[in-house]
Design a protein around this ligand. Structure first.
Ligand SMILES: [Zn+2]
Ligand SMILES: [Zn+2]
Length: 246
């Protein structure tokens, strides 16, 4: 698996050169405490933060149980739009604070280490092998307020790590109220019909849908349903899953 990762990185001197320059100007730092990382660090976390990091992995998008790579959870019906979900960690503690900085405090530079790590682990720990990556889009009004689309950035770096193209196939066709202020049922209602496909997808292809946080999953399920109608087989990837199952 590590070989495949190296093979992906070695593709094209231009990308390698760009990565080298980037690392020279912005040496990699720990995602959660920002200390400088030693050269060749496996994960974007320092030793101390890594020791308290609680990894997730492939899990059930419905009940949150961690799953073996190729096994769907028994609580997911065959026809469910999201065939699987991969989360880097849980939305709690230092990881939650880091994602808060990424999403609301303008720390867009976190997208590169986060997205690259997400893509690499999906490559190593799942057998999904998506043909391309699709971001869950922001509405243009929200994008204007924030200045960047955090899911789009994550998706971009995940796609590079996976060695596949980024395909922004979805558009958010109306703005929605912030999901965090709503109940589970209201969230489902809030996102109903908000996504449209920009162009015809390629039926039967496997796609990786990327968002930052999976809370109730209403947004990602709605986006996956639109892509499923186009005939795509959809897997999801997020930086954090709301809650560890008790
Ligand atoms: Zn650290
Ligand atoms: Zn389940």
């Amino acid at each position: 698996m590590a070989e495949r990762w190296r093979a992906g990185k070695a593709r094209g001197g231009e990308r390698r050169g760009g990565e080298y320059l980037w690392r020279l100007i912005f040496p990699p730092r720990c995602l959660t405490c920002a200390v400088l990382l030693p050269a060749g660090a496996e994960a974007p976390l320092c030793r101390s933060c890594l020791s308290s990091f609680i990894p997730a992995g492939p899990l059930c998008p419905r009940c949150g149980e961690l799953l073996p790579p190729a096994a769907p959870c028994s609580c997911i019906p065959e026809s469910a739009p999201l065939r699987g979900l991969f989360a880097l960690s849980w939305y709690e503690g230092a990881w939650r604070q880091m994602l808060h900085r990424f999403k609301f405090r303008g720390k867009r530079s976190l997208a590169r280490p986060l997205g690259s790590w997400l893509g690499r682990l999906i490559r190593e720990e799942t057998c999904w092998e998506p043909a391309f990556v699709i971001p869950v889009p922001l509405h243009r009004r929200r994008l204007r307020e924030r200045g960047y689309d955090q899911a789009q950035l994550l998706a971009r770096f995940a796609a590079t790590a996976l060695g596949v193209p980024l395909r922004p196939l979805l558009a958010r066709i109306r703005p929605t109220a912030a999901q965090s202020s709503l109940s589970h049922h209201q969230r489902q209602e809030n996102v109903r019909g908000v996504f449209a496909c920009r162009r015809a997808a390629l039926p039967g292809k496997r796609a990786l849908l990327v968002d930052d946080i999976y809370s109730t999953g209403a947004t990602m399920q709605e986006a996956a349903a639109v892509l499923q109608k186009q005939g795509l087989v959809v897997f999801g990837a997020v930086a954090a899953f709301t809650q560890r199952p008790s």
